[in-house]
Design a protein around this ligand. Structure first.
Ligand code: M6R
Length: 592
């Protein structure tokens, strides 16, 4: 995934584009670049951060038009040459791209045959040249756009301008997001509305296979046949798209601390007048289904593991799959399976692949996502939004809790089980308590484990699902190798890895499994492990590390996941790592 920003007619395009790139670098941060028009096309780009890019562009830039890009490398290594914007061979087209061009090799072959030469390895450079080729052949940019839309396979949001017109930005979209912000005497573009909200709250969202011609006073949208179409303008909830750090040093800690308001917002959205508020057709389809399949990746998959249990509580049979596994061996047990996909971003390629299969088999499906307008939101049969506000940190925290909360509410709606609402409300007190009282203790643990190479999380049942998530969070941002083991599995192999001083972090919040977990603690302690136990008060022992107030045990992923998130955060901080942008990762994984 990459981020695109652009402006035409804006009084200070440099400020807008650079601020926008900083906001969008959650979409990728291998390299960044900008292009503008001033005595011809000027391009500045390099590997590294937007801050670095800012240090290599002129202090003052006199221009009417600018595009910018922040990249997460797919085709071609993160090098300066592969960084966007890309200039075509005859220097007519300057283009940035978010997405993946599937047939770029074939298109490159075609262009090579026409005498084109390329300086980098990206699929994007091919498109800049393809556009140029047809622009020169047809003498008309709209004709060139229409032609390439029929030729290019894959996903794309393109933004470009030509060397012959410094007043016009062009945008084309298929399966990657692109939003236009309407101003007075200027217009803006970006991959999401957040960079523009400071300047306008009137937006046009391009749909797939549409393109736009954007000047400072006019925005015209066309379908793939080149017919101009009318599009509604929309506005956005400023709070939900704000990138303001609100005084926090990092997005991750801000987002952890937003967990209570995220849970509250979900309760307010989906539970009103003492009733769950879900689409009755969705509830009917879920009731009628005889098997529910949860599919997701990473943290969202961990939420699905918990969610599956919730539906089982209401007598639904379930199975849970990692998307990239299911896609290559799709199974749908039962006569009337119903698929629940979970994705914070709504753009995860592995899950989009699954949705294609799901649709081919006409299976009923739902996406639970934080991103309205995303590919999965637009293409699933039903969609439930998480309303968590934008999650910028690569490490997903508040979205995970929101996913679990929403799954719990949806499952409870099947039996109109309203006790859940009381249990969720109680769990908020536990979260506030952790925020108010336990951070110093968690920092101390972070300090003790920060130099370790390996560690383990242990839990059973809901505490095991939480351990999986805690372990992923720690390894993702602190680069410590960590594994989550179900307590009962220790003796089947992993216990061989327990040695003197290895940290083992144990969750004990479930009365049914507490006694067995205490046994596991003895097993690892006797082999020299340094154990840190997080327990609810009624299940705790004096030697435990953190003891939190009791809550409904099935909500551990809501009530105590903050402890795991803080721990990962403080370890990464203590190691001096880039908490919000861990190496090799992107916020949304748009490649399979
Ligand atoms: O946007 P999605 O929820 O589909 O993303 C799935 C995973 O890539 C994501 O949860 C990833 O594991 C996070 N970086 C974990 O913090």
């Amino acid at each position: 995934m990459c981020g695109i920003v652009g402006a035409v007619g804006f009084v200070s395009p440099k400020d807008y584009v650079f601020n926008g790139l900083k906001m969008l670098d959650y979409r990728g941060y291998d390299s960044a670049g900008v292009a503008y028009f001033n005595n011809g096309i000027q391009i500045f780009k390099d590997v590294g951060s937007v801050e670095h890019l800012l240090s290599i562009v002129p202090e003052t830039i006199d221009t009417n038009i600018m595009i910018g890009h922040t990249r997460w490398a797919t085709h071609g290594a993160p090098t300066k040459l592969n960084t966007h914007p890309h200039l075509s061979f005859h220097e007519k087209i300057c283009l940035v791209h978010n997405g993946v061009i599937e047939n770029f090799k074939e298109l490159r072959g075609f262009l090579t045959g026409k005498g084109y030469r390329f300086y980098g390895e990206t699929d994007t450079e091919i498109i800049a040249n393809l556009l140029e080729y047809y622009y020169l052949e047809k003498g008309e940019i709209i004709e060139a756009i229409k032609t390439i839309m029929t030729l290019v396979k894959g996903s794309y949001a393109f933004a470009f301008f030509t060397s012959e017109d410094k007043n016009t930005l062009y945008v084309i979209k298929k399966a990657s997001p692109l939003v236009i912000g309407l101003g007075e005497g200027f217009n803006l573009i970006a991959s999401d509305a957040s960079p523009m909200i400071e300047h306008t709250n009137k937006f046009i969202e391009l749909d797939d296979l549409e393109f736009g011609i954007v000047t400072k006073d006019k925005v015209a949208i066309y379908n793939k046949k080149g017919e101009q179409i009318k599009k509604d303008t929309i506005s956005k909830d400023v709070e939900l798209i704000s990138h303001d750090l609100k005084g926090y040093p990092h997005y991750m800690i801000k987002e952890i601390e937003e967990i209570p308001q995220t849970v509250r917002r979900l309760m307010a959205k989906y539970y009103q007048d003492d009733k769950y508020q879900f689409d009755p057709n969705l509830i009917k389809d879920l009731e009628e289904s005889d098997h529910i399949i949860f599919i997701a990746c990473g943290t969202s998959y961990h939420a699905g593991l918990v969610g599956g249990r919730y539906f089982e509580k209401y007598d639904k049979s379930t199975s849970r799959f990692i998307a990239s596994e299911w896609a290559f061996h799709p199974t749908y047990p039962g006569k009337k399976p119903f698929i629940i996909m979970i994705s914070q971003s709504g753009e995860t390629a592995d899950l989009i692949h699954c949705l294609k299969i799901i649709k081919e088999h006409n299976l009923k499906n739902l996406i639970i996502t934080n991103t309205g307008g995303s590919t999965l939101d637009r293409n699933a049969m039903y969609s439930l939004l998480l309303y968590s506000g934008i999650e910028v940190s690569v490490a997903s925290t508040k979205a995970y809790v929101a996913q679990v909360t929403l799954l719990a509410m949806l499952a409870a709606a099947l039996s109109n089980d309203t006790k859940l609402i009381d249990d969720l409300t109680d769990s908020l007190d536990v979260i506030y308590d952790i925020q108010d009282h336990y951070k110093p203790l968690i920092m101390k643990v972070a300090d003790e484990i920060k130099d370790k190479k390996n560690l383990f999380y242990l839990g059973r049942s809901f505490d095991y699902f939480l351990s999986l998530e805690a372990s992923l969070k720690l390894k993702e941002i602190s680069y410590i190798h960590s594994e989550a083991i179900p307590g009962g599995e220790l003796k089947h192999g992993p216990i061989a890895l327990i040695e003197k001083g290895i940290p083992v972090i144990v969750f004990i919040t479930d009365p049914d499994t507490a006694a067995s977990m205490r046994g596991n603690i003895e097993e690892v302690k006797s082999r020299g492990a340094k154990v840190y136990t997080i327990a609810t008060k009624s299940l705790s022992k004096p030697e435990d590390t953190i003891m939190v107030e009791d809550y409904a045990y099935y909500l551990s992923s809501v009530a105590v996941s903050s402890i795991a998130f803080y721990l990962a955060y403080y370890v990464a901080l203590a190691k001096g790592l880039n908490v919000d942008k861990p190496r090799n990762l992107a916020k949304s994984v748009t490649v399979e």
